[in-house]
Design a protein around this ligand. Structure first.
Ligand code: NAD
Length: 507
């Protein structure tokens, strides 16, 4: 069976009609071989506008459904996803080039957030606050917000939708989703799974969760629509820079999940075996195409000569190839553009005096074919003496810059001296260093870890980062509050009308 036939059979089994993937203007390729696997129709501006209006009507109905009942829809969605973890996971692998376990892991993440959100649907509680006035009570209530626009990136093609949609739907909102133009097939499959869940639930308002396939222009429509009070946008910092001022200008809320430039400090007391394994997964996993990928390694001079040669060995021997094959650890880059960006950054690093191991294109044979349109690379280890401009930029490919440090304060300064602030780690057995790293004067990132790598977050915590990463938080903890509007209520159950702060106004 060819990959295209496999895609068609998976999609048919998941409930996506063949016409939805054969008769369109958007060409979809698999990075595994570079071959075309589908032609998907895109939405017109008028149809997108209609879908937004429909989503708003759906919200007006859905907000009246009790929250625990809304949670039931998400519980069923979780069950549907669980039943389809294998085919949907395989489709994620085919469309993004992730390993099979990562493709399935992404679907597992969708299931996990559904479990979380179903429980949350009974806990959308506000505070009761003591009033300074006699016989008064204050409380906060949380209400549904409206239509939530979700714009997602290619590298987590379905999990990001679920992080947003599961919370938004239990919060009483409707959702309009614009996936990456590089990954429409997994989006179509997810939409079909949602629709099945909605049917099993007993029906939902039409347009409660809608999929709009198209390019950045469709994303712009979500950003510009006055019917959408919250846009959650995941992608590059350049995208966030275009989107944020437009949302601010119309006072819409934004959850921005943008680029990272994540670092780890390896201190003198680090457990080097564990550190090596953690670095390998964080830096090379998903072929360096996670927002949380480890991109900078800041190593103490006393362990540098022990750790770096070991790392070089791992970089030289890691199995690169078909992400669907057993034993592969590094799959392909998403496309040629990504390969060219990687080569450009390596060239820049070389000009800045770096010593580079790896980084070259690897030729692979999949389906007994040499694939000129598939881009496999050996992950690059780049030893560099200072944080040159190229190191401060996110290159979305497997490049790990390695820097040496002498004192802890210097390591922290290097760590924080980049425009992005997503994820960070320290490897140390020294309690003072670990606590300092996590303290107010330590890592300036939204995620700070001790003795684990920068990537592979769980859904229970709030996910996101500071500075040019955008400041948004998604998924667990109290991220749900962004999908609701808060009202403060003061109730007077007495017969007097005392004013706050002792103000008198006798008429
Ligand atoms: P991208 O910025 O090219 O595209 C992301 C999405 O934004 C796509 O759906 C695209 O169509 C849309 N878009 C682009 N310009 C737009 C505009 N002006 N208005 C509205 N929509 C627009 O990103 P990508 O290449 O798909 O993904 C890789 C990037 O995403 C990396 O920088 C990575 O770090 C980041 N990312 C961040 C997170 C996070 O949680 N912080 C998660 C995943 C990926």
């Amino acid at each position: 069976m060819t990959i295209q036939q496999e895609v068609e059979s998976i999609l048919a089994a998941l409930g996506v009609p063949v016409a939805a993937i054969t008769k369109g203007e958007l060409t979809v390729r698999t990075p595994i071989t570079g071959e075309v696997i589908a032609q998907v129709p895109t939405i017109t501006a008028e149809a997108a506008q209609k879908a937004i209006v429909q989503a708003h009507a759906a919200y007006l109905e859905w907000r009246n459904v009790p929250a625990p009942k809304r949670g039931e829809l998400i519980r069923i969605l979780g069950e549907e996803l669980r039943a389809n973890i294998e085919p949907l996971g395989r489709l994620v692998t085919i469309e993004t080039g992730k390993l099979l376990s990562e493709g399935q892991g992404e679907v597992q993440e969708m299931i996990d957030i559904c479990t979380f959100a179903a429980g949350l649907s009974r806990q959308l509680a506000g505070l009761t606050v003591p009033s300074e006035r006699s016989k008064h009570r204050m409380m906060e209530t949380w209400h549904p917000l409206g239509v939530v626009g979700v714009i997602s990136a290619f590298n987590f093609p379905v999990a990001v939708w679920s992080w947003n949609a599961a919370l938004a739907l239990v919060c009483g909102d409707s959702v309009v989703w614009k996936p990456s133009e590089k990954t429409p097939l997994t989006a179509l499959a997810t939409q079909a799974i949602f629709e099945r869940a909605a049917k099993k639930f007993g029906g939902t308002p039409s347009g409660l969760a809608t999929l709009l396939i198209g390019d950045a222009k469709v994303g712009e429509q979500l950003v510009d629509s006055p019917l959408i009070p919250l846009v959650s946008a995941t992608g590059s910092t350049a995208m966030g820079r275009a989107v944020a001022p437009k949302l601010a200008a119309r006072f819409a809320k934004a959850i921005l999940e943008l680029g990272g430039n994540n670092a780890a400090i390896v201190a003198p007391t680090a457990d080097l075996d564990l550190t090596l394994r953690a670095i390998a997964f964080s830096a090379m996993g998903t072929a360096g195409q996670r927002c949380t990928t480890l991109r900078r390694l800041i190593v103490h001079e006393s362990v540098y000569d022990k750790l770096v040669p070991q790392l070089k060995k791992v970089y030289g021997s890691v199995v690169i190839g078909d992400p669907g094959a057993q034993g592969t650890l590094v799959g392909p880059l998403i496309d040629e553009r990504s390969f060219n960006a990687m080569q450009k950054s390596l060239e820049e690093a070389r000009s800045a005096g770096a010593t580079i191991t790896g980084g070259e294109r690897i030729s692979t044979q999949i389906d007994n074919k040499q694939n000129p349109a598939a881009f496999y690379v050996r992950p690059a280890l780049v030893e560099i003496s200072s944080q040159a401009e190229v190191v401060k930029r996110e290159t979305f490919a497997p490049i790990l810059y390695v820097l040496k440090y002498t004192d802890f304060a210097g390591a922290l300064a290097l760590h924080n001296d980049v425009p992005q602030g997503l994820s960070s780690s320290i490897f140390t057995m020294n309690l003072r260093e670990a606590e300092l790293f996590l303290s107010a004067t330590g890592s300036d990132c939204g995620i700070a870890n001790v003795n684990i790598g920068t990537s592979g977050a769980e859904i229970g915590g709030a996910f996101g980062g500071e500075k040019e990463t955008g400041g948004g938080r998604e998924s667990g903890s109290d991220a749900w509050k962004q999908y609701m509007r808060r009202a403060t209520n003061t109730i007077n159950y007495g017969t007097d009308l005392p004013l706050a702060q002792g103000v008198s106004f006798d008429i």
